[in-house]
Design a protein around this ligand. Structure first.
Ligand code: PRT
Ligand code: ZN
Length: 223
């Protein structure tokens, strides 16, 4: 790969994290010229460019060195690390960003009583987060069948394809609408600035340090 002298940050192209991430970068003094295909935004002023992608691709782009930093949910970062241990090893959440709060939770049909993890033994649990759910099940010594679904996880129990689900929850309204109730929290999440633990040892590292300092200032003022 050709060495780069500009820092590259990945963020979600279109979704819940897009607007708050844009706002945060603007408050750090970064300005971008939006390109027509809206995948790549050239930074004006500072040597920092943006890559607009699906949130799920962000950890991989950082791990492979295509981007230096990324704004992504801790849930997505942790899931990547658990399902790609080698690639994910050097990655870390460098800062918590204070938006995109949610939790990954196990939910069961409303009519089912829930009296602890053991109850899930032998059940089929639908999720888009097999790594995080698998880790939780191991920690609690529960053997269950993880059913991987890319979307519409919350309707799986009604369709009969799963007995329980493990999905993101914020207000809880989606669970209620699907006659489910939250049984256990797997992880609490919010948007994080993801990056490699070791910043690049060149100009990009210096720009990243500068950005982190500005970010700390912005976060402090907001708190
Ligand atoms: O297209 P792309 O892959 O980039 O987007 P996406 O659809 O995968 O992601 P998106 O925009 O839905 O979410 C991006 C990130 O926002 C997630 O990875 C989380 O870190 C964070 N986040 C915060 C949430 C929620 N809150 C949330 N409520 N992500 C999803 N939800 C879902 C939840 O699963 C439920 O189905 O929103 C629905 C409504 O939630 P309730 O509990 O308020 O009803
Ligand atoms: Zn996604």
């Amino acid at each position: 790969m050709k060495p780069r002298d500009r820092l590259r940050i990945a963020m979600q192209k279109s979704g819940r994290l897009t607007e708050p991430a844009q706002e945060l970068l603007a408050r750090c003094g970064l300005k971008f010229r939006q390109s027509r295909d809206k995948l790549f935004c050239f930074g004006e002023g500072e040597p920092v460019d943006l890559l607009l992608v699906r949130d799920d691709d962000i950890p991989g782009l950082i791990a492979e060195g295509v981007c230096d930093l990324g704004i992504v949910g801790r849930n997505v970062l942790r899931e990547f690390q658990l399902s790609n241990p080698e690639l994910g090893e050097g990655l870390d959440a460098l800062r918590s960003l204070g938006f995109g709060h949610c939790r990954l939770s196990i939910a069961v049909p409303q009519e089912d009583a829930y009296d602890g993890p053991a109850q899930l033994a032998g059940q089929r649990i639908a999720t888009s987060y097999p790594g995080l759910l698998g880790e939780w099940l191991r920690t609690h010594g529960v053997e269950a069948k993880v059913v991987m679904l890319a979307g519409s996880v919350e309707i799986a129990p009604r369709l009969g394809t799963a007995d329980a689900i493990c999905d993101l929850v914020s207000s809880g309204a989606t669970l209620v609408a699907n006659q489910l109730r939250e049984a256990a929290v797997v992880i609490e999440s919010e948007a994080v600035l993801a990056g490699r633990r070791e910043l690049p040892a060149d100009e990009r590292g210096e720009i990243a340090e500068l950005l982190l300092r500005r970010l700390d200032g912005v976060i402090q003022v907001r708190d």
